[in-house]
Design a protein around this ligand. Structure first.
Ligand code: G
Ligand code: MN
Length: 240
């Protein structure tokens, strides 16, 4: 697992980390784009998915709280099939029972999935929110949705996709879309994250638009825990 910082734009301080799955091979480190779809179609998804959650929760208690204090949070990406897993809520419930503050666990669900969500997955989102997790919509803006799901789901955070963020300086339509997203979010008390920030020239515009957080190579690359949080020896066996 790799961890990438999420920064509060007003102060530029790191406030949390996104847990990102990586697969180390002899040819290099692969990102989920190359293998997740294959996993999704096999039973491998379940153990891999559980390991991701366990690792992220464990790292929250160790590395993240070590470098950010108790307010630091971790975000975990859940796929469509994981949200359909009837046991997934229990995985988080057990983490809470072991002393993890689930308010510091943010769940990322891709926007294209939420738009066509099945009711059992929708209930999972509600259960996780009721347990205290913060629900984030990931990759927002890839499909220019109408944001109508914000009234149907307990959404806490909107993560605006790289492609939109990259265009706010040069494309008036994209700027207007991001402004509209921020206006809706601010009006209903949802927080916003700009993804894919690669240079500082876009920061004043993002702050002006009212975005709360930023993430991207400009602030930090996804790194393994020993680099992201400093050496702490090998991870203990996950508790869940
Ligand atoms: O879909 P999601 O937003 O969870 O994907 C995050 C992916 O985006 C990670 O694989 C990460 O490596 C990549 N990423 C993170 N920051 C940047 C960035 O600044 N630019 C680009 N192009 N990709 C990024
Ligand atoms: Mn994500």
């Amino acid at each position: 697992m790799y961890y990438q910082p999420i920064v509060r734009l007003s102060t530029r301080e790191t406030v949390g980390y996104e847990a990102l799955l990586r697969w180390k091979t002899d040819d290099g480190v692969m990102t989920p784009g190359y293998f997740l779809e294959a996993f999704e179609e096999t039973s491998l998804l379940w153990p891999v998915g559980r390991t991701v959650i366990a690792d992220a929760v464990n790292e929250l208690k160790r590395g993240i709280h070590k470098v950010l204090g108790d307010d630091g949070f971790v975000t975990i990406n859940l796929s469509k099939r994981q949200l359909l897993d009837p046991d997934i809520v229990d995985v988080f419930r057990r983490a809470a029972d072991s002393g993890v503050d689930l308010a510091k666990v943010w769940i990322e669900v891709r926007e294209d999935f939420v738009i066509r969500i099945e009711s059992s997955a929708a209930r999972t989102i509600e259960f996780l929110h009721d347990l205290g997790c913060r629900i984030c919509i990931d990759d927002l803006g890839k499909g220019y949705s109408a944001l109508s799901y914000v009234k149907d789901f307990p959404i806490d955070v909107l993560k605006i996709d790289n492609s939109l963020v990259a265009q706010v300086m040069t494309n008036d339509t994209d700027l207007a879309v991001v402004r509209a997203i921020c206006d809706v979010a601010n009006a209903v008390g949802i927080e916003t994250v700009a993804e894919g920030i690669e240079c500082d020239s876009v920061l004043p515009t993002l702050e002006q638009l009212g975005l709360d957080y930023g993430q991207g190579y400009y602030f930090g690359y996804p790194e393994p825990p020993e680099i992201a949080f400093g050496g702490d020896g090998p991870m203990a066996q996950p508790a869940i």
